[in-house]
Design a protein around this ligand. Structure first.
Ligand SMILES: [Zn+2]
Length: 467
Protein backbone atom coordinates (compact mmCIF):
# COMPACT_ATOMS: atom_id res chain seq x y z
CA UNK A 1 0.00 0.00 0.00
CA UNK A 2 1.36 3.38 -0.98
CA UNK A 3 1.49 6.22 1.44
CA UNK A 4 -0.83 8.24 -0.88
CA UNK A 5 -3.71 6.12 0.36
CA UNK A 6 -3.15 7.48 3.83
CA UNK A 7 -1.93 10.98 3.23
CA UNK A 8 -4.14 12.53 0.57
CA UNK A 9 -2.35 13.33 -2.63
CA UNK A 10 0.93 12.43 -4.20
CA UNK A 11 2.78 15.65 -3.50
CA UNK A 12 2.06 15.40 0.18
CA UNK A 13 3.59 11.95 0.39
CA UNK A 14 6.95 13.15 -0.81
CA UNK A 15 6.70 16.32 1.20
CA UNK A 16 5.88 14.49 4.42
CA UNK A 17 8.65 11.97 3.96
CA UNK A 18 11.25 14.57 3.00
CA UNK A 19 10.29 16.61 6.01
CA UNK A 20 10.63 13.54 8.24
CA UNK A 21 14.12 12.80 6.90
CA UNK A 22 15.16 16.41 7.44
CA UNK A 23 13.77 16.46 10.97
CA UNK A 24 15.65 13.26 11.77
CA UNK A 25 18.90 14.71 10.36
CA UNK A 26 18.49 17.83 12.47
CA UNK A 27 17.92 15.75 15.61
CA UNK A 28 21.15 13.85 14.87
CA UNK A 29 23.03 17.10 14.20
CA UNK A 30 21.84 18.51 17.53
CA UNK A 31 24.22 16.00 19.12
CA UNK A 32 22.36 15.43 22.40
CA UNK A 33 25.03 13.09 23.71
CA UNK A 34 24.25 11.87 27.23
CA UNK A 35 26.15 12.62 29.38
CA UNK A 36 25.75 15.58 29.46
CA UNK A 37 22.58 15.32 27.33
CA UNK A 38 21.77 18.96 26.63
CA UNK A 39 18.49 17.77 25.14
CA UNK A 40 16.94 21.24 25.14
CA UNK A 41 18.49 21.71 21.68
CA UNK A 42 16.31 18.99 20.19
CA UNK A 43 13.31 19.85 22.35
CA UNK A 44 13.44 23.43 20.94
CA UNK A 45 13.77 22.03 17.40
CA UNK A 46 10.62 19.98 17.98
CA UNK A 47 8.72 22.86 19.55
CA UNK A 48 9.52 25.06 16.56
CA UNK A 49 8.59 22.33 14.10
CA UNK A 50 5.20 21.77 15.75
CA UNK A 51 4.57 25.50 15.85
CA UNK A 52 4.92 25.63 12.06
CA UNK A 53 1.64 23.73 12.00
CA UNK A 54 0.01 25.79 14.72
CA UNK A 55 0.54 23.06 17.33
CA UNK A 56 1.24 24.27 20.83
CA UNK A 57 3.51 22.16 23.01
CA UNK A 58 4.76 22.53 26.54
CA UNK A 59 8.39 22.25 27.60
CA UNK A 60 9.43 21.02 31.05
CA UNK A 61 13.02 21.62 32.14
CA UNK A 62 14.09 19.00 34.68
CA UNK A 63 17.60 20.51 35.08
CA UNK A 64 19.51 23.22 33.21
CA UNK A 65 19.49 22.25 29.53
CA UNK A 66 17.53 19.06 30.10
CA UNK A 67 14.19 19.43 28.31
CA UNK A 68 11.05 17.31 27.99
CA UNK A 69 8.07 18.13 25.78
CA UNK A 70 4.37 17.26 25.68
CA UNK A 71 1.76 18.05 23.03
CA UNK A 72 -1.75 16.64 22.93
CA UNK A 73 -4.95 16.23 20.98
CA UNK A 74 -7.81 15.96 23.45
CA UNK A 75 -10.28 13.16 23.08
CA UNK A 76 -14.03 13.71 22.92
CA UNK A 77 -14.88 10.95 25.39
CA UNK A 78 -13.16 10.98 28.77
CA UNK A 79 -13.97 7.30 29.29
CA UNK A 80 -12.22 6.18 26.12
CA UNK A 81 -8.68 4.85 26.43
CA UNK A 82 -5.94 7.13 25.18
CA UNK A 83 -2.63 6.67 23.41
CA UNK A 84 0.81 8.05 24.14
CA UNK A 85 3.48 8.38 21.46
CA UNK A 86 6.36 8.02 23.88
CA UNK A 87 8.13 8.47 26.18
CA UNK A 88 10.51 8.82 23.24
CA UNK A 89 14.00 9.99 24.02
CA UNK A 90 16.13 12.52 22.13
CA UNK A 91 19.38 11.80 23.97
CA UNK A 92 21.96 9.49 22.40
CA UNK A 93 24.97 7.52 23.62
CA UNK A 94 28.51 8.85 23.04
CA UNK A 95 30.62 7.96 20.00
CA UNK A 96 33.76 6.25 21.24
CA UNK A 97 35.56 5.54 17.96
CA UNK A 98 34.66 8.29 15.46
CA UNK A 99 37.61 7.28 13.26
CA UNK A 100 35.95 3.95 12.52
CA UNK A 101 32.83 5.56 11.07
CA UNK A 102 32.40 5.89 7.31
CA UNK A 103 30.91 9.37 7.81
CA UNK A 104 30.86 12.06 10.50
CA UNK A 105 28.67 10.45 13.22
CA UNK A 106 26.75 13.67 13.72
CA UNK A 107 26.26 14.64 10.08
CA UNK A 108 22.76 13.15 9.72
CA UNK A 109 23.77 12.49 6.13
CA UNK A 110 21.41 10.72 3.72
CA UNK A 111 23.29 8.12 1.70
CA UNK A 112 22.51 4.77 0.01
CA UNK A 113 18.92 4.66 1.26
CA UNK A 114 19.81 5.39 4.87
CA UNK A 115 20.10 8.30 7.24
CA UNK A 116 23.37 7.98 9.09
CA UNK A 117 24.44 9.11 12.51
CA UNK A 118 24.46 8.52 16.24
CA UNK A 119 20.88 8.08 17.42
CA UNK A 120 19.40 7.42 13.97
CA UNK A 121 18.36 3.94 15.11
CA UNK A 122 18.11 4.49 18.88
CA UNK A 123 15.65 6.16 18.76
CA UNK A 124 15.55 9.41 16.83
CA UNK A 125 13.78 7.89 13.83
CA UNK A 126 10.90 6.93 16.13
CA UNK A 127 10.86 10.43 17.60
CA UNK A 128 10.72 11.94 14.11
CA UNK A 129 8.03 9.58 12.79
CA UNK A 130 5.84 9.92 15.89
CA UNK A 131 6.03 13.71 15.57
CA UNK A 132 5.14 13.54 11.88
CA UNK A 133 2.22 11.17 12.47
CA UNK A 134 0.98 13.51 15.20
CA UNK A 135 1.23 16.54 12.88
CA UNK A 136 -0.62 14.76 10.09
CA UNK A 137 -3.46 13.85 12.40
CA UNK A 138 -3.67 17.39 13.71
CA UNK A 139 -3.58 18.83 10.17
CA UNK A 140 -6.46 16.61 9.14
CA UNK A 141 -8.51 17.74 12.12
CA UNK A 142 -8.57 14.22 13.55
CA UNK A 143 -11.02 14.00 16.45
CA UNK A 144 -9.96 11.11 18.68
CA UNK A 145 -12.24 9.46 21.22
CA UNK A 146 -9.45 9.20 23.83
CA UNK A 147 -6.52 11.58 24.27
CA UNK A 148 -3.48 11.40 22.02
CA UNK A 149 -0.23 12.54 23.63
CA UNK A 150 3.14 13.22 22.11
CA UNK A 151 5.69 12.80 24.89
CA UNK A 152 9.35 13.47 24.13
CA UNK A 153 11.95 13.10 26.86
CA UNK A 154 15.56 13.61 27.89
CA UNK A 155 17.91 11.29 29.72
CA UNK A 156 16.87 7.76 28.75
CA UNK A 157 20.41 6.58 28.09
CA UNK A 158 21.56 7.14 31.66
CA UNK A 159 18.40 5.91 33.38
CA UNK A 160 15.58 8.42 32.87
CA UNK A 161 15.91 10.27 36.18
CA UNK A 162 15.66 13.65 34.43
CA UNK A 163 13.38 12.44 31.65
CA UNK A 164 10.47 10.02 31.78
CA UNK A 165 10.76 9.34 35.52
CA UNK A 166 10.99 13.02 36.37
CA UNK A 167 7.93 13.81 34.25
CA UNK A 168 5.85 11.03 35.78
CA UNK A 169 6.86 12.12 39.28
CA UNK A 170 6.50 15.87 38.76
CA UNK A 171 3.84 16.31 36.08
CA UNK A 172 1.76 13.13 36.22
CA UNK A 173 -1.45 14.78 35.02
CA UNK A 174 0.30 16.08 31.87
CA UNK A 175 1.44 12.63 30.79
CA UNK A 176 -1.74 10.68 31.18
CA UNK A 177 -1.60 9.39 34.74
CA UNK A 178 -4.94 10.99 35.59
CA UNK A 179 -6.63 9.48 32.56
CA UNK A 180 -8.79 6.43 33.01
CA UNK A 181 -6.72 4.21 30.71
CA UNK A 182 -3.70 4.95 28.55
CA UNK A 183 -1.30 2.94 26.40
CA UNK A 184 2.27 3.96 25.78
CA UNK A 185 4.30 3.27 22.64
CA UNK A 186 8.01 2.99 23.30
CA UNK A 187 11.13 1.88 21.43
CA UNK A 188 12.12 -1.49 19.93
CA UNK A 189 9.39 -3.44 18.25
CA UNK A 190 8.09 -4.49 14.87
CA UNK A 191 11.31 -6.32 14.10
CA UNK A 192 11.15 -9.36 11.83
CA UNK A 193 12.83 -12.41 13.35
CA UNK A 194 11.23 -15.16 11.25
CA UNK A 195 9.23 -14.92 8.02
CA UNK A 196 6.15 -12.82 8.80
CA UNK A 197 6.84 -12.95 12.52
CA UNK A 198 7.67 -9.66 14.19
CA UNK A 199 8.67 -9.24 17.78
CA UNK A 200 7.31 -6.44 19.92
CA UNK A 201 8.46 -5.76 23.46
CA UNK A 202 5.81 -6.15 26.11
CA UNK A 203 8.15 -6.07 29.07
CA UNK A 204 11.71 -5.96 30.24
CA UNK A 205 13.94 -7.75 32.65
CA UNK A 206 14.98 -5.96 35.78
CA UNK A 207 18.54 -4.74 36.21
CA UNK A 208 19.71 -5.28 39.75
CA UNK A 209 23.39 -4.57 39.48
CA UNK A 210 25.07 -5.50 42.72
CA UNK A 211 28.47 -5.65 44.28
CA UNK A 212 29.77 -8.50 46.38
CA UNK A 213 32.68 -8.03 48.72
CA UNK A 214 35.09 -10.54 50.27
CA UNK A 215 37.52 -9.84 53.07
CA UNK A 216 40.88 -11.48 53.62
CA UNK A 217 43.82 -11.14 55.99
CA UNK A 218 46.82 -9.08 54.96
CA UNK A 219 50.14 -10.86 54.69
CA UNK A 220 53.33 -10.96 52.72
CA UNK A 221 53.08 -12.33 49.21
CA UNK A 222 56.27 -14.31 49.64
CA UNK A 223 54.55 -16.59 52.20
CA UNK A 224 51.31 -17.56 50.49
CA UNK A 225 50.80 -21.03 52.01
CA UNK A 226 47.18 -21.39 53.31
CA UNK A 227 46.69 -17.63 53.61
CA UNK A 228 43.31 -15.92 53.81
CA UNK A 229 43.40 -14.33 50.35
CA UNK A 230 40.32 -12.33 49.29
CA UNK A 231 41.15 -12.69 45.59
CA UNK A 232 40.91 -16.47 45.83
CA UNK A 233 37.47 -16.23 47.46
CA UNK A 234 36.28 -13.76 44.85
CA UNK A 235 37.54 -15.96 42.01
CA UNK A 236 35.82 -18.99 43.43
CA UNK A 237 32.65 -16.93 43.84
CA UNK A 238 32.72 -15.79 40.19
CA UNK A 239 32.91 -19.38 38.99
CA UNK A 240 30.22 -20.58 41.40
CA UNK A 241 27.81 -17.81 40.40
CA UNK A 242 28.26 -18.56 36.72
CA UNK A 243 27.76 -22.31 37.11
CA UNK A 244 24.73 -21.75 39.31
CA UNK A 245 23.17 -19.36 36.75
CA UNK A 246 23.51 -21.96 34.02
CA UNK A 247 22.61 -25.10 35.91
CA UNK A 248 20.69 -24.41 39.09
CA UNK A 249 18.93 -21.09 38.78
CA UNK A 250 15.13 -21.60 38.91
CA UNK A 251 13.72 -21.61 35.41
CA UNK A 252 10.53 -19.93 34.20
CA UNK A 253 9.62 -20.74 30.61
CA UNK A 254 6.54 -18.52 30.17
CA UNK A 255 8.47 -15.90 28.17
CA UNK A 256 9.86 -18.32 25.57
CA UNK A 257 6.85 -20.56 24.93
CA UNK A 258 5.16 -18.27 22.43
CA UNK A 259 8.42 -17.22 20.85
CA UNK A 260 9.51 -20.78 20.09
CA UNK A 261 6.12 -21.66 18.65
CA UNK A 262 6.16 -18.66 16.33
CA UNK A 263 9.72 -19.31 15.16
CA UNK A 264 8.37 -22.60 13.92
CA UNK A 265 10.08 -24.90 16.44
CA UNK A 266 8.15 -28.17 16.37
CA UNK A 267 6.05 -29.40 19.26
CA UNK A 268 8.46 -32.08 20.44
CA UNK A 269 11.47 -29.77 20.50
CA UNK A 270 9.42 -27.09 22.21
CA UNK A 271 8.52 -29.55 24.95
CA UNK A 272 12.20 -30.32 25.49
CA UNK A 273 13.19 -26.67 25.69
CA UNK A 274 10.34 -25.67 27.99
CA UNK A 275 10.82 -28.55 30.41
CA UNK A 276 12.91 -27.59 33.41
CA UNK A 277 14.54 -30.99 33.38
CA UNK A 278 15.66 -31.07 29.75
CA UNK A 279 16.36 -27.34 29.28
CA UNK A 280 20.03 -27.40 30.47
CA UNK A 281 20.82 -30.19 28.01
CA UNK A 282 18.92 -28.46 25.19
CA UNK A 283 20.81 -25.20 25.81
CA UNK A 284 24.13 -27.02 25.51
CA UNK A 285 23.03 -28.60 22.27
CA UNK A 286 21.58 -25.39 20.88
CA UNK A 287 24.76 -23.52 21.73
CA UNK A 288 26.56 -25.70 19.16
CA UNK A 289 23.98 -25.10 16.40
CA UNK A 290 22.76 -21.55 17.06
CA UNK A 291 24.72 -19.89 19.88
CA UNK A 292 22.78 -16.64 19.65
CA UNK A 293 19.45 -18.39 20.11
CA UNK A 294 20.89 -20.33 23.06
CA UNK A 295 21.90 -17.05 24.72
CA UNK A 296 18.44 -15.58 24.20
CA UNK A 297 16.63 -18.62 25.63
CA UNK A 298 19.04 -18.75 28.56
CA UNK A 299 18.36 -15.07 29.32
CA UNK A 300 14.60 -15.27 28.91
CA UNK A 301 14.16 -18.22 31.23
CA UNK A 302 15.88 -17.06 34.41
CA UNK A 303 17.63 -14.45 36.48
CA UNK A 304 21.17 -14.14 35.12
CA UNK A 305 24.33 -13.15 36.97
CA UNK A 306 27.42 -12.01 35.11
CA UNK A 307 30.57 -11.08 37.11
CA UNK A 308 32.00 -8.22 35.05
CA UNK A 309 34.23 -5.99 37.18
CA UNK A 310 36.72 -7.08 39.81
CA UNK A 311 38.55 -4.66 42.07
CA UNK A 312 41.02 -5.47 44.79
CA UNK A 313 44.61 -5.73 45.88
CA UNK A 314 47.14 -2.95 46.26
CA UNK A 315 50.61 -4.31 45.65
CA UNK A 316 52.00 -7.42 44.02
CA UNK A 317 53.79 -8.55 47.21
CA UNK A 318 50.81 -8.00 49.57
CA UNK A 319 48.03 -10.52 50.13
CA UNK A 320 44.83 -8.53 49.56
CA UNK A 321 42.22 -7.82 52.24
CA UNK A 322 39.29 -6.41 50.25
CA UNK A 323 38.02 -7.58 46.89
CA UNK A 324 34.79 -6.48 45.17
CA UNK A 325 33.07 -7.99 42.17
CA UNK A 326 30.41 -6.02 40.32
CA UNK A 327 27.67 -8.30 39.09
CA UNK A 328 25.38 -7.51 36.18
CA UNK A 329 22.18 -9.16 37.42
CA UNK A 330 19.06 -9.32 35.23
CA UNK A 331 15.87 -10.46 36.88
CA UNK A 332 12.58 -11.65 35.45
CA UNK A 333 9.50 -9.56 36.31
CA UNK A 334 8.38 -10.31 39.90
CA UNK A 335 11.87 -11.14 41.16
CA UNK A 336 13.05 -8.66 43.79
CA UNK A 337 16.32 -7.92 45.62
CA UNK A 338 15.49 -10.49 48.32
CA UNK A 339 15.31 -13.08 45.55
CA UNK A 340 18.66 -11.86 44.21
CA UNK A 341 20.40 -12.10 47.58
CA UNK A 342 18.88 -15.49 48.31
CA UNK A 343 20.24 -16.99 45.10
CA UNK A 344 23.67 -15.36 45.38
CA UNK A 345 24.04 -16.94 48.81
CA UNK A 346 22.73 -20.28 47.65
CA UNK A 347 25.17 -20.26 44.74
CA UNK A 348 28.10 -19.41 47.02
CA UNK A 349 27.51 -22.29 49.43
CA UNK A 350 30.13 -22.17 52.20
CA UNK A 351 31.42 -18.80 50.96
CA UNK A 352 27.99 -17.24 51.62
CA UNK A 353 28.79 -16.50 55.25
CA UNK A 354 31.70 -14.30 54.19
CA UNK A 355 30.01 -12.28 51.47
CA UNK A 356 28.66 -8.75 51.73
CA UNK A 357 26.06 -7.97 49.06
CA UNK A 358 25.13 -4.37 48.20
CA UNK A 359 23.10 -2.70 45.50
CA UNK A 360 25.16 -0.84 42.91
CA UNK A 361 23.60 2.60 42.80
CA UNK A 362 24.67 5.99 41.51
CA UNK A 363 26.88 6.41 38.48
CA UNK A 364 28.19 2.89 38.52
CA UNK A 365 24.85 1.22 38.98
CA UNK A 366 21.52 0.39 37.50
CA UNK A 367 18.76 -0.82 39.71
CA UNK A 368 15.20 -1.42 38.54
CA UNK A 369 12.72 -4.25 38.85
CA UNK A 370 11.46 -5.99 35.73
CA UNK A 371 8.09 -4.95 34.37
CA UNK A 372 5.62 -6.55 32.01
CA UNK A 373 2.41 -5.60 30.19
CA UNK A 374 -0.10 -8.18 28.97
CA UNK A 375 1.17 -10.04 25.90
CA UNK A 376 -2.32 -10.19 24.47
CA UNK A 377 -5.20 -7.75 24.84
CA UNK A 378 -7.61 -5.81 22.62
CA UNK A 379 -4.91 -3.14 22.33
CA UNK A 380 -2.34 -5.67 21.14
CA UNK A 381 -4.93 -6.80 18.58
CA UNK A 382 -4.99 -3.25 17.22
CA UNK A 383 -1.17 -3.20 17.02
CA UNK A 384 -1.41 -6.40 15.01
CA UNK A 385 -4.06 -4.99 12.71
CA UNK A 386 -1.89 -1.96 12.05
CA UNK A 387 1.08 -3.98 10.85
CA UNK A 388 -1.21 -6.26 8.84
CA UNK A 389 -2.26 -3.21 6.86
CA UNK A 390 1.30 -3.20 5.51
CA UNK A 391 2.00 -6.93 5.58
CA UNK A 392 -1.23 -8.96 5.64
CA UNK A 393 0.48 -12.20 6.68
CA UNK A 394 2.49 -10.63 9.48
CA UNK A 395 1.92 -11.36 13.14
CA UNK A 396 3.37 -9.79 16.27
CA UNK A 397 5.04 -12.02 18.83
CA UNK A 398 5.63 -10.77 22.38
CA UNK A 399 9.14 -10.65 23.78
CA UNK A 400 10.85 -9.42 26.93
CA UNK A 401 13.73 -7.02 26.56
CA UNK A 402 16.91 -7.93 28.42
CA UNK A 403 17.66 -4.27 29.06
CA UNK A 404 15.78 -1.34 30.50
CA UNK A 405 13.76 1.30 28.67
CA UNK A 406 11.62 4.22 29.81
CA UNK A 407 8.62 1.92 29.39
CA UNK A 408 9.16 0.60 32.91
CA UNK A 409 8.17 3.93 34.47
CA UNK A 410 4.70 3.72 32.94
CA UNK A 411 4.32 0.02 33.74
CA UNK A 412 5.21 0.76 37.36
CA UNK A 413 2.22 3.15 37.33
CA UNK A 414 -0.05 0.49 35.81
CA UNK A 415 0.01 1.88 32.29
CA UNK A 416 0.75 -0.72 29.62
CA UNK A 417 3.77 0.10 27.47
CA UNK A 418 4.79 -1.63 24.26
CA UNK A 419 7.88 -1.34 22.09
CA UNK A 420 6.42 -0.83 18.66
CA UNK A 421 7.51 0.51 15.28
CA UNK A 422 7.80 -1.23 11.91
CA UNK A 423 11.19 -2.16 10.54
CA UNK A 424 11.95 -3.00 6.95
CA UNK A 425 11.32 -6.79 6.89
CA UNK A 426 14.31 -7.23 4.57
CA UNK A 427 16.68 -6.51 7.45
CA UNK A 428 17.88 -9.41 9.56
CA UNK A 429 17.70 -9.24 13.32
CA UNK A 430 21.53 -9.20 13.46
CA UNK A 431 21.63 -6.23 11.07
CA UNK A 432 19.08 -4.39 13.18
CA UNK A 433 20.69 -4.93 16.55
CA UNK A 434 24.15 -4.42 15.08
CA UNK A 435 23.11 -0.82 14.40
CA UNK A 436 22.24 0.04 17.97
CA UNK A 437 24.91 2.04 19.84
CA UNK A 438 27.51 0.80 17.33
CA UNK A 439 29.76 2.17 14.62
CA UNK A 440 27.96 3.47 11.50
CA UNK A 441 24.58 3.66 13.19
CA UNK A 442 21.93 4.33 10.56
CA UNK A 443 18.30 3.79 9.72
CA UNK A 444 16.74 2.85 6.37
CA UNK A 445 14.36 5.21 4.61
CA UNK A 446 12.00 2.27 4.21
CA UNK A 447 11.84 1.74 7.98
CA UNK A 448 11.13 5.44 8.47
CA UNK A 449 8.25 5.32 6.00
CA UNK A 450 6.78 2.11 7.46
CA UNK A 451 7.01 3.40 11.03
CA UNK A 452 5.37 6.70 10.15
CA UNK A 453 2.51 4.77 8.56
CA UNK A 454 1.96 2.40 11.48
CA UNK A 455 1.98 5.20 14.06
CA UNK A 456 -0.51 7.18 12.01
CA UNK A 457 -2.73 4.14 11.44
CA UNK A 458 -2.49 3.05 15.05
CA UNK A 459 -3.84 6.38 16.30
CA UNK A 460 -6.64 6.32 13.73
CA UNK A 461 -7.54 2.74 14.40
CA UNK A 462 -7.35 2.85 18.17
CA UNK A 463 -8.65 6.34 18.91
CA UNK A 464 -10.96 6.90 15.95
CA UNK A 465 -14.74 6.85 16.20
CA UNK A 466 -16.29 3.50 15.55
CA UNK A 467 -18.29 3.88 12.38
ZN1 LIG B 1 16.77 3.97 23.21
Amino acid sequence: MAIEAIFTGDSLKKEVLEETYDLLSTLIQNKCVNPPGDEMKSIKTIEKHLKKYGIESKIYESAPGRGNLVASISGSDKNSPGLIFGPSHVDVVPVTQPEKWQIDPFSGERKDGYIWGRGAFDMLFMVATQIQAFIQLKKEGFEPMGDLLLFIVADEETGGELGAKWMLDNHPEEVGLNNKKMYSIIESGGITFAPNRLIFLHGEKGSMWSSIKFKGTAGHGSYPYKTDNAILKASEAAIKLTKYTDKKMPVDTQYVKNLLKEVGVNFFLRKLVTSKITLPFMLKLLHKIDPQMATVIHGLTRMTISPNVIKGGTKTNIIPTDVHINLDIRTLPDQDFEYVKFHIKKALGKLAKEVEITKLLGEEGFFAEGTVSPASSPFVEVLNKTIQKEFPEAKLVPMLSMGGTDGRFYRMKNIDAYGFALYDPELTIEQIFGMSHGVDEKIGLKTIELSLKVYYNLAKEFLGKIE
